[in-house]
Design a binder for this molecule. Structure first.
Ligand SMILES: [Zn+2]
Length: 129
């Protein structure tokens, strides 16, 4: 018979007796542990998803003000005032000229000089090539 090791509950730290593979005192300690884990994991994903979703909506709203234009040009503060996060995006696209567009789903932006931002919708890369 294998030697019984003394372990402690992963949730409350109490000493555990009984089966070697036991990790928790009881169901309530196991549930508490798993709930905390899930909340932490979900929290990271949810926070980043929220940034991306919010960024997309801000770009969409600004672009919608210029429906006739393929690209609109706004001031940086129009994005930051709404809580835009420039450090979160879903993809990037570099043009042949070396300009970089950062996309939040189908809406992209490119930073110009003097705090100007160009916003585009759904660039068809094949047409641009
Ligand atoms: Zn416990």
């Amino acid at each position: 018979m294998p030697k019984r090791e003394e372990t402690s509950c992963q949730e409350c730290g109490d000493k555990l007796n009984g089966r070697r593979d036991k990790k928790f005192c009881d169901v309530s300690c196991r549930n508490a542990f798993n709930n905390t884990l899930n909340i932490e994991k979900a929290g990271i994903v949810r926070r980043i998803n929220n940034y991306l979703r919010k960024n997309r909506l801000i770009l969409k709203d600004l672009k919608a003000r210029y429906p006739e234009k393929r690209a609109c040009n706004v001031h940086r503060s129009q994005l930051t005032d709404s809580g835009f996060r420039f450090d979160f995006y879903t993809s990037s696209y570099t043009t042949k000229q070396g300009n970089v567009y950062f996309f939040n789903y189908e809406f992209g932006f490119m930073e110009l000089e003097e705090d100007r931002i160009v916003i585009v919708e759904n660039i068809d890369e094949k047409k641009r090539a």
